[in-house]
Design a protein around this ligand. Structure first.
Ligand code: NAD
Ligand code: DAU
Length: 338
């Protein structure tokens, strides 16, 4: 099958491409990516050597170009990873989030309708549910939890989810949606918590923790997410939403301390900075549905996944050093005041 993946030069999309090239030698992968600040061709260097991989630099909002690619490549399934994905950037400037995350999704689904009712999977996020209280560890996000997004980023993802489910009901497009918790692993852009803390610790720079660091996230190793998406695309029921997460909740401050400890760096590097506006308190996924229907459970323990991640950042220093030496530094100055 020809599988079209958008956003494949980013963190999760690229991990998914490598997962698929290895796991499904019968499939051909077509990648579309606009190469925004978050997309990096060096990430796809190995994939480009495969005769089963082809790359197009294109914007998913560009209808003409997207139709042209669908016309020539004839995908059998489309998986939409492409998005503006960083909450802090959405607070600074929401517009591009609405364009890429909502209109881009619409254009892709219109292409799916036009070229033969193609199977479409939307990569969504647990952030569409808003947040959970810190003092109710017994409460989790299920697929029935009402959408209650907090940031421009999560609102744009929630809007796209509604649109995807509307295309199922209105046009009968065979869609699925997955809502995953926080991922970590190789190729994670160093503006996000775990890679930012690893990079700053390695450079003996301050580690900026928002507020008191008590906010909780439910961390999943990226490969476990890739396996979940593969299962949903092959065996998931059209029209359904699947939550993906691993019952691995941790407070930010504990993660930061663990990273410092693993790198042998002092906790004095931790700097408490102004809190994120509208900062969600806690995310926690109930994965019963995907476990019950598709047999999925996370396989990587957090300690092992973090060790693998740190090892990857140590062995691939040039990958992230190139990133933090470019446009990203302007953002860093604006965000953290140097
Ligand atoms: P990322 O920011 O690392 O990568 C996004 C990729 O999309 C980049 O390669 C970028 O160039 C590309 N892109 C952006 N706008 C585009 C456009 N208009 N047209 C084509 N390509 C475009 O993001 P990520 O962390 O890999 O997240 C991927 C998806 O997973 C997103 O949809 C995100 O909402 C979702 N998600 C992420 C996490 C997480 O923890 N990172 C968790 C749950 C869900
Ligand atoms: O839950 C899934 C979501 O996870 C995805 O949909 C998003 O695309 C992805 O970016 C991520 O969102 P978060 O906002 O949870 O991730 P981030 O890495 O930005 O922040 C994780 C936590 O760490 C959050 O509580 C904010 C905090 N933080 C983050 C940064 C960048 C800090 O304390 N300091 C920082 O410098």
């Amino acid at each position: 099958m020809n599988i079209l993946i958008t956003g494949g030069a980013g963190f999760i999309g690229s991990n998914f491409i490598y997962y698929m090239l290895e796991k499904h030698p019968e499939d051909r992968i077509i990648c579309i990516d606009k190469l925004t600040y978050a997309g990096n061709m060096s990430t796809l260097q190995e994939a480009l050597k495969s005769p089963r991989f082809v790359f197009y630099k294109a914007d998913i909002c560009d209808r003409e170009e997207i139709y042209r690619i669908f016309d020539s490549e004839k995908p059998g399934a489309v998986i939409n990873f492409a998005a503006e994905s960083h909450v802090d950037r959405s607070i600074e400037d929401p517009e591009i989030f609405l364009r890429t995350n909502i209109i881009g999704t619409e254009v892709l689904m219109d292409a799916c309708r036009r070229y033969g009712n193609i199977r479409f999977h939307q990569i969504s996020t647990d952030e569409v549910y808003g947040d959970l209280p810190l003092d109710r560890p017994d409460v989790f996000f299920t697929e029935e939890t009402p959408l209650h997004a907090s940031s421009p980023y999560s609102s744009s993802k929630a809007s796209a989810d509604l649109l995807v489910l509307a295309y199922f009901r209105t046009y009968g497009l065979p869609v699925t949606v997955s809502r995953c918790s926080n991922n970590y692993g190789p190729y994670h852009f160093p503006e996000k918590l775990i890679p930012l803390m690893i990079a700053n610790a390695l450079n003996d720079r301050p580690l900026p923790v928002y507020g008191e660091g008590k906010n909780v996230r439910d961390w999943l190793y990226v490969e476990d997410h890739c396996r979940a998406v593969d299962l949903i695309v092959r065996n998931g029921r059209p029209g359904e939403v699947y939550n993906v997460g691993g019952h691995n909740e941790m407070a930010n401050i504990d993660i930061v301390k663990l990273i410092l400890n693993k790198l042998g760096k002092p906790e004095s590097l931790i700097t408490f900075v102004e809190d994120r506006k509208g900062h969600d308190l806690r995310y926690a996924i109930d994965p019963s549905k995907i476990h019950g229907e598709l047999g999925w459970l996370p396989e990587t323990k957090f300690g092992d996944g973090l060790d693998r991640t740190i090892k990857w950042y140590l062995e691939n220093r040039s990958w992230w050093e190139d990133i933090i030496s470019g446009e990203y530094m302007d953002y860093y100055e604006r965000m953290y005041g140097g």
